[in-house]
Ligand binder design. Structure first.
Ligand code: 2AM
Ligand code: CA
Length: 255
């Protein structure tokens, strides 16, 4: 199966899961840890996506936020069945389904679908990034004063929260404005689509940004670590930017 075909398959799986999620009944919510929730919808969505992907590609391995899997496999699907569970639970419209395919250690396909806005973001390595079928591109804004920066607070970890808190107001003063969507995958896609110049958050899981990474890079952007020299894929502390402003933003958040 080509990467393009894998991307088509992932889009079908995401739409199918979205249909189910948008028509769910009463939610049963379990608290994984403080400020960390899972609903039966997360599990149902993950099962549905896994069955669709492995049904068509039995040779691949599945890794999902809720059920885990083997991340070291040659061909692995990395899935967040609901990114932005709190938004989903509370009826806020920005939650996404994030599906990535990693081939021999390289993120090769990324699909992020937002049911609330009916936006399908797709990235295929070497073939570009699209939103609902149309090519997307990061912004060319190079002046921090004009930058919109999306942020997540990393509030599940005391050190991440403290570091984020410390740079918050100096950052606000240096840029145009901040945004907080609640879905990291949606934030990365917002940068890829040129709607914002950067997204910063610490302590994310690989399923939160694996798909976004392909979409961002194929749209001309770049994912760096929050801290200089840090590998964002290894630590989950990231700065997803339009490329031209990555250095400036990184300096601002590492005073
Ligand atoms: P989730 O809804 O899939 O949990 C909000 O700051 C972002 O952080 C969301 O993308 C959210 O994804 C993610 N997030 C929440 N809890 C997390 C955890 N324990 N580990 C990694 N990412 C998490
Ligand atoms: Ca999730």
């Amino acid at each position: 199966m080509t990467l393009r075909e894998k991307a088509e398959l992932a889009q079908r799986a995401a739409r199918e899961a979205a249909q189910m999620l948008e028509h769910h009944g009463t939610l049963h919510i379990r608290t994984k840890a403080e400020n960390d929730f899972v609903t039966e919808c997360d599990l149902a969505s993950e099962t549905m996506i896994r069955d669709a992907l492995l049904g068509a590609c039995p040779e691949d391995v599945f890794y999902g936020e809720e059920t885990g899997g083997d991340l070291k496999a040659q061909g692995v699907w990395i899935v967040d069945p609901i990114d932005g569970t709190v938004n989903f639970m509370r009826g806020q419209r920005l939650y996404t389904i994030s599906i990535a395919y990693r081939l021999k250690g390289e993120m090769a396909v990324g699909v992020v679908y937002c049911p609330g806005t009916d936006e399908m973001f797709v990235g295929v390595r070497g073939e570009g990034a699209t939103l609902n079928g149309r090519p997307i591109r990061v912004s060319d804004i190079a002046d921090a004063k004009r930058a919109i920066v999306h942020i997540g607070f990393g509030h599940r970890n005391a050190r991440h929260l403290a570091e984020t808190e410390a740079v918050l107001f100096p950052l606000i003063r240096a840029i145009s404005d901040l945004r907080r969507s609640g879905s990291a995958a949606y934030d990365v896609c917002s940068v890829a689509a040129g709607r914002a110049e950067a997204f910063i958050e610490q302590g994310l899981g690989i399923y939160d940004y694996a798909a976004g990474l392909v979409i961002l890079e194929e749209a001309g952007g770049r994912m760096d670590g929050w801290h200089p020299g840090e590998d964002p894929v290894a630590t989950g502390s990231l700065l997803a930017g339009n490329g031209v402003l990555n250095g400036t933003i990184q300096t601002l958040i590492n005073p």
